[in-house]
Ligand binder design. Structure first.
Ligand code: ADP
Ligand code: X2W
Length: 258
């Protein structure tokens, strides 16, 4: 089966011009078919504050009211996505910027209101694997931002870790997919203040224990949930780490298995 790499980069890498360029050079040099998914939550909060709009969060998740959605569209779909696409083009990678509305690639619905109303937050229903596969076979690298749509004209803000996981699941019938979560840490750490404390391997059993011991917290909780969702639905391999993920022979990252 043909190999496919899907790489998600986190907010802190996007924020740091040097790290971003270093990452994009590595991405451009990869020769398998590849997809990039980027977040930009930090940038959205920063721009929002500059516009005099205080970002609203609940338990670390953004509440996307109408104004917050406009900011998300501008920052994720515009500022972040187009900068990355232009830089990749300069590096010889034929990148194509996408939201889930483009080519109907990611279908979603507005998250139902339960104990909390997250506003225009999208939960993914499925992806258009045929179109994405065709683009990959044309030598194009789709660059997805954290936006989906409900097919009725409503754009939705969707967690970028989830988008990466759903793309990986949806494409795993056609490709042998490796899913990479690339962020500023070397991997999942036993002690967040010690960059050297990378947990090399996590399986479903140790995952439960790491959660109950409180070692996995904050942003790492949804990230690992997305990793195991991918593994349970046909994705070949999932890795978490920083740029060392892509250095041949460097095992200093976390590999997840069922
Ligand atoms: N065990 C852990 N190992 C590494 N990071 C952790 C851990 N527990 C919590 N974190 C936090 O999770 C954050 C990453 O989550 P998040 O900010 O959502 O990622 P991203 O930048 O990819 O969107 C790290 O910056 C770190 O502060
Ligand atoms: C609904 C939801 O959670 N949307 C995220 C999308 C951006 C994102 O995922 O950015 P990072 O990967 O940089 O955190 C948000 O607005 O923060």
């Amino acid at each position: 089966m043909e190999k496919l790499s899907i790489i998600k980069i986190g907010g802190n890498i996007i924020e740091d011009e040097t790290q971003l360029l270093q990452f994009l050079k590595l991405f451009a040099a990869m020769d398998n078919p590849k997809i990039l998914v980027h977040g930009g939550g930090k940038k959205a909060s920063e721009i929002s504050k500059k516009l005099g709009i205080e970002p609203k969060m609940h338990k670390g998740r953004r509440i996307t009211d109408e104004t917050a959605l406009d900011v998300a569209l501008m920052v994720y779909g515009g500022l972040a996505n187009k900068k990355i696409v232009a830089r990749l083009q300069s590096l010889g990678c034929n990148a194509l910027g996408m939201s889930g509305a483009d080519g109907n690639t990611i279908k979603a619905h507005k998250r139902p209101v339960k104990e909390m109303d997250y506003g225009f937050a999208g939960d993914v229903d499925g992806i258009n694997a045929d179109l994405i596969t065709n683009l990959l076979h044309l030598g194009i690298s789709p660059i997805f931002c954290a936006l989906t749509h409900d097919q009725e004209g409503q754009l939705l803000n969707t967690n970028a870790d989830t988008i990466a996981s759903e793309l990986a699941v949806g494409l795993s019938d056609d490709f042998e997919v490796t899913l990479y979560y690339c962020f500023e840490m070397n991997g999942v750490l036993r002690d967040v203040s010690d960059k050297g404390s990378v947990i090399k391997k996590i399986d479903s059993t140790s995952y439960q224990k790491l959660m109950s011991d409180g070692i996995i917290s904050n942003g790492m909780l949804p990230k690992l949930h997305n990793c195991f969702h991918a593994l349970q639905h046909g994705v070949n391999e999932v890795r978490i780490g920083n740029l060392a993920l892509f250095e041949k022979g460097n095992p200093n990252y976390t590999t997840l298995t069922l």
